[in-house]
Design a protein around this ligand. Structure first.
Ligand SMILES: Nc1nc2c(c(=O)[nH]1)N[C@H]1C(S)=C(S)[C@@H](COP(=O)(O)O)O[C@H]1N2
Ligand SMILES: [Mo]
Length: 195
């Protein structure tokens, strides 16, 4: 299905070993935390000049980005043309000002999930912390109120129910990365597992 057509980055629309689905499966660790908007907080800290904790109002006051991108799950399904609204990680980084020593992030979820992303990947303009999907609040089972998306990496790099972004001066593995999944997770290189 359209695998010969390139995506907007000039890469094959459907990466190697992936199959397009129109469904949206739910993957989690068996916990779907319930976070009321009044209790929601996002902390950004670690190797940054200005650590911050945002509440819901602060978050919505930041520049909002609307974008349509694809979602590639390592379990081989890809879902195309997903419309999102949220805040670019790039814009959050501008607020906290990562130090020169920052090389990676470790993203933490309210379910104690963790996943690592290199600065180079995290600062791509389609990496968003989203609160809206197809014009409606992001459903809890998909990580609402706010999750991260990483359209150019396998989807496990996007923490659902994101609570903290920790900038790091050296790479640190997250939940799946410690269990044999790739630290880099690049779909167009079939980069699923660590070696
Ligand atoms: N906090 C948290 N984020 C998570 C996960 C999780 O278990 N907890 N699962 C990851 C995995 S393995 C995938 S494939 C995607 C799935 O997102 P979805 O359930 O919205 O399809 O979320 C990722 N982010
Ligand atoms: Mo996954």
């Amino acid at each position: 299905m359209g695998s010969g057509r390139p995506n907007r980055h000039g890469m094959p629309l459907v990466p190697i070993g992936q199959i397009v689905t129109t469904k949206w499966p739910v993957l989690d660790l068996g916990i779907q935390p319930d976070i009321a908007l009044k209790d929601w907080r996002l902390t950004i800290d670690g190797e940054v000049e200005h650590p911050i904790t945002l509440d819901w109002e602060d978050f919505l006051a930041l520049p909002q980005t609307d974008d349509t991108s694809d979602f590639h799950c390592v379990t081989t399904w890809s879902k195309l043309d997903m419309n999102w609204k949220g805040v670019r990680l790039l814009d959050l980084a501008a607020l906290v000002q990562p130090k020169d020593t920052a090389t990676h992030l470790l993203c933490h979820g309210y379910d104690d999930y963790t996943t690592n992303v290199s600065m180079e990947e995290a600062l791509k303009p389609d990496v968003l912390l989203v609160h809206t999907f197809e014009g409606k609040p992001l459903p809890k089972e998909h990580g609402g109120p706010v999750r991260m998306i990483t359209p150019q990496l396998y989807a496990w790099k996007g923490s659902k129910w994101i609570s903290r972004i920790e900038f790091l001066s050296k790479n640190k593995l997250g939940f799946w990365e410690e269990r044999g999944y790739s630290s880099t997770a690049y779909p167009w290189r079939n980069d699923r597992y660590s070696h």
